[in-house]
Design a protein around this ligand. Structure first.
Ligand code: C2E
Ligand code: MG
Ligand code: MG
Ligand code: MG
Length: 283
C-alpha cells in the first residue's frame, strides 16, 4: 500500500476510535442517569449443592432495565462503568441492595461480584463494614467474588483489603477460574475460600480431553487447598454429572435455575424450604 493509503487508513481509524469514545461517553452518561432514576435491578441465581440439589446460595447479578422496557446485560455496561469509575457507586448500590434483599432468606449464602476498581479503593473494606452494619446482613453468609484482574493491578492494597474483609467473617471467591493466564499463581499469592470454575471450562470439558483434564485437576487442586468449588454455567445433565464426579461441591447453571427477581427467590424458598430442593435433577 502507498504512504497515502496508510495515512488515509490512520485517519479512518482515528475517526472510528473517536466515535467509539463518544459512544462510551454517551453510555456512561446514560448509566449515571440510570442509577439516579433507579433503572438498575438485582437478580439472583441460585447455586445448588452438587449432591442434594438443595439451594445453598444465590449470586447477585446486575440488570439494567431501560424506560423503553429493554434489558441490557452487565457484560455490555460494566466495562464502561469500570473505565469511568462509576462502578464504585453502582457496585456499592448492588452490595447494599443484595444484602437487604437476602437478609431474610434463611441460611442462604449471598455472593456479590466486586470489580477491580472497587477493590483498589483503599476505603472498600470500610464500605463493606458499613453495608453489613446498616443492613444487618450476617457477614458469615456473604461471599465476595473477585477475578484475576482485581488482583494483578494492585496486589498489595487488594491483599490487605481482602484480609480486613475476611476478619469481618466474609469469605472470598475467585471467579471465572480457568479463563485467565496466571490463575495458579494467584492461588499461591492470595487465599480464597472458594473457586468458581468458569463456564467455558465446563463446556469444553464435555468435548475435549485436555479441557476435561484441566477441569478435573483444577477441582482436585482446589480441594487439596481446602477450598470449596462451584462449577458455573452447567446447562446439561452430562456436565452436572461430570463436575460432580470430579468433586465440585456446588453447581450453578441453567440446568437448575436462571437468575430471577428477588420475589421469585422468596417463592422458591416457600416451595422447597431452604434446605430441600428439586431432587429430580440429581442423579
Ligand atoms: P459471572 O460473575 O461469572 O456470573 C455468571 C454469569 O453466567 C451470569 O451472566 C449468569 O447469568 C451466567 N450463567 C449462569 N448460568 C449459566 C448457564 O447455565 N449458561 C450460560 N450460558 N450462562 C449462565 P450475567 O448475569 O450476564 O453476568 C455476566 C457478568 O457480569 C458476571 O459474570 C460478572 O462478571 C458481571 N456482573 C454481573 N453483575 C455484576 C455486579 O453487580 N458487579 C460487577 N462488578 N460485575 C457484575
Ligand atoms: Mg460471579
Ligand atoms: Mg463467573
Ligand atoms: Mg463468568
Amino acid at each position: 500500500a502507498s504512504k497515502r493509503g496508510g495515512k488515509m487508513r490512520c485517519t479512518w481509524y482515528a475517526q472510528a476510535l473517536d466515535r467509539n469514545r463518544e459512544a462510551r461517553l454517551d453510555l456512561d452518561n446514560e448509566l449515571r442517569a440510570a442509577l439516579a432514576k433507579g433503572e438498575f435491578r438485582v437478580n439472583y441465581q441460585p447455586l445448588v449443592d452438587a449432591r442434594t440439589g438443595a439451594i445453598v446460595a444465590v449470586e447477585s447479578l446486575l440488570r439494567w432495565e431501560r424506560e423503553d422496557g429493554s434489558q441490557i446485560g452487565p457484560n455490555i455496561f460494566i466495562p464502561v462503568a469500570e473505565e469511568s469509575g462509576l462502578i464504585n457507586a453502582i457496585g456499592l448500590w448492588v452490595l447494599r441492595t443484595a444484602c437487604r434483599d437476602a437478609r431474610d432468606w434463611g441460611d442462604l449464602n449471598l455472593s456479590v461480584n466486586i470489580s477491580a476498581a472497587q477493590l483498589r479503593n483503599p476505603e472498600f473494606p470500610i464500605l463493606v463494614g458499613q453495608v453489613l452494619e446498616e443492613t444487618g446482613f450476617p457477614p458469615e453468609r456473604l461471599e465476595l467474588e473477585v477475578t484475576e484482574t482485581c488482583l494483578v493491578l494492585d496486589p498489595v492494597v487488594v491483599g490487605r483489603s481482602l484480609d480486613v474483609i475476611r476478619q469481618f467473617g466474609v469469605s472470598i471467591s475467585l471467579d471465572d477460574f480457568g479463563t485467565g493466564y496466571a490463575s495458579i499463581g494467584f492461588l499461591r499469592q492470595f487465599r480464597f475460600e472458594k473457586l468458581k470454575l468458569d463456564r467455558s471450562l465446563v463446556v469444553d470439558a464435555q468435548e475435549d480431553d485436555g479441557s476435561r483434564a484441566m477441569m478435573i485437576s483444577s477441582i482436585s487442586l482446589a480441594r487439596a487447598m481446602k477450598m470449596g468449588v462451584t462449577a458455573e454455567g452447567v446447562e446439561t445433565q452430562c456436565q452436572a454429572d461430570m463436575v460432580r464426579a470430579a468433586g465440585a461441591d456446588q453447581i450453578q447453571g441453567w440446568l437448575y435455575y436462571r437468575a430471577m427477581p428477588p420475589e421469585q427467590i422468596v417463592a422458591l424458598k416457600d416451595k422447597f424450604g431452604s434446605t430441600r430442593s428439586d431432587r429430580s435433577k440429581v442423579a
